[in-house]
Design a protein around this ligand. Structure first.
Ligand SMILES: Cc1cc2nc3c(=O)[nH]c(=O)nc-3n(C[C@H](O)[C@H](O)[C@H](O)COP(=O)(O)OP(=O)(O)OC[C@H]3O[C@@H](n4cnc5c(N)ncnc54)[C@H](O)[C@@H]3O)c2cc1C
Length: 247
């Protein structure tokens, strides 16, 4: 059984998986389509990219980051989620997917804008908004059902990528907290930051010396230069209701 299954590998789901993966939780991301951000023509309000970024490249890089953080990925649309046993939610949940094997997980993060129909058997508390439903959550993304969380637009957060990413991170941290993982903050600090004050390096924190810091910076710059060396060449996905001819 997985520690956490994240339904939806879009902006919120990927951000959540980076945190749960780095905290050592066995994390599976199941995605049945593509992020709505793939429809964007130029992402210009995401902090850190002063000239903007191709949204599909942002998604690709974030997926790579999640994978390197330890998350696994599976393609498939989740169609149903229910407790493994009728009586004990701590026994976890079983998720059915279209055409795939059932997935078992102790905790579930729904990050599947705009689909939450698979949550109906769990009775998490959904509210209709136009043709879609949103899920009620507390400040950590916890729903009314212990062990089930919602992140991003599906949790009624504002429809912006940085908000969805931040909410995904918040929910990932709540899952880590509720899993009782040995966790303080996911920080990388310079050598001596804690130990220089006679303190132990807290769990999930790391101290690195200057040579290691420079080596990581070198790797990071190389990676980004490679990633941005050529245009991606993928067009935005058009709204399904718009007729268009391929050129
Ligand atoms: C045309 C357009 C332009 C935009 N431009 C901007 C912009 O410039 N700046 C900005 O900040 N925001 C922009 N946005 C908004 C931004 O894309 C969203 O707010 C953000 O993607 C929401 O993140 P999310 O993780 O909640 O949902 P998503 O990123 O859509 O991720 C949801 C994921 O869940 C998957 N999924 C759904 N149902 C299931 C299921 N049953 N089983 C498995 N997987 C499932 C989907 O395939 C998808 O990958 C734009 C949106 C559109 C449509």
């Amino acid at each position: 059984m997985r520690d956490v299954c994240i339904v939806g590998g879009g902006v919120a789901g990927l951000a959540a998986s980076i945190f749960t993966g780095r905290a050592g939780l066995d994390t599976l991301v199941v995605d049945g389509g593509e992020s709505i951000l793939a429809r964007n023509a130029s992402l210009e309000n995401y902090p850190g990219f002063p000239g903007g970024i191709d949204a599909r490249r942002y998604l690709q890089l974030t997926r790579e980051q999640a994978s390197e953080a330890g998350a696994s990925f599976e393609l498939g649309r989740v169609t149903r989620a229910e407790p493994r046993t009728e009586t004990a939610l701590e026994e976890g949940f079983v998720l059915e997917t279209e055409g795939g094997d059932p997935i078992e997980a102790r905790r579930v993060i729904a990050a599947s804008w705009p689909d939450s129909d698979y949550l109906v058997p769990l009775d998490v508390g959904r509210t209709q908004r136009g043709s879609k439903h949103v899920v009620a959550v507390d400040e950590g993304g916890r729903t009314a059902v212990d062990g089930v969380y919602a992140a991003g637009r599906i949790a009624d957060r504002p429809h912006q990528a940085i908000v969805a990413a931040g909410h995904g991170a918040t929910v990932g941290l709540a899952v880590i907290h509720d899993s009782e993982a040995n966790f303080y903050h996911d920080w990388v600090a310079p050598e001596g930051y804690f130990t220089g004050r006679g303190r132990e390096v807290p769990p999930a924190c790391e101290e690195i010396d200057d040579a290691e810091r420079r080596a990581r910076d070198e790797r990071a710059r190389k990676r980004l230069l490679e990633a941005f060396s050529e245009p991606l060449g993928e067009k935005p996905t058009m709204h399904p209701s718009v007729d268009r001819e391929d050129d």
